[in-house]
Design a protein around this ligand. Structure first.
Ligand code: FES
Length: 142
């Protein structure tokens, strides 16, 4: 199943897909597999930090969503990545650098940078992925 078919099977339109995932964000090594709640159980993707689409990762506290993963630049050379969706009811999270937490606007759940639940109603931690920076290529995997 290719990416388009995958998102179609989830009921996500091409327009929604375009908003979630921009061309040039990731190389063709993207290979997310489905996990519980629509978030990838495993990931293997590489982001080119020189690409304009990934410019959010050129500043501390910047983040982006690619392939159902939130990727955050904590500081120069320090990145982390977790699943995009809140474990309570699959609403997209945002990263709030001022409090170093992932936040769900639906019901107020928060998660630490290591994916642990801070505030409910979520009870399950986020899937966390490894990051590896080589030159300007950031690999997210695990
Ligand atoms: S969907 Fe995130 S707290 Fe309910």
């Amino acid at each position: 199943m290719d990416r388009k078919e995958f998102f179609a099977s989830l009921g996500i339109s091409a327009a929604s897909f375009a908003l979630m995932n921009c061309a040039g964000c990731a190389k063709s090594t993207d290979s997310p597999s489905s996990g519980q709640g629509g978030s990838p159980a495993s990931v293997n993707l590489t982001l080119d930090l020189n690409a304009a689409a990934n410019s959010a990762l050129t500043r501390d506290g910047g983040f982006l969503i690619s392939n159902d993963v939130i990727v955050v630049r904590k500081s120069l050379g320090v990145f982390f990545a977790v699943q995009r969706s809140c474990t309570h009811s699959n609403v997209s999270l945002t990263y709030q650098s001022s409090i170093n937490k992932f936040y769900c606007s639906a019901h107020g759940a928060t998660f630490s940078e290591s994916g642990a639940v801070g505030n409910g109603p979520a009870t399950r931690p986020l899937n966390v992925y490894q990051t590896e920076l080589t030159g300007t290529n950031l690999r997210i995997y695990g």
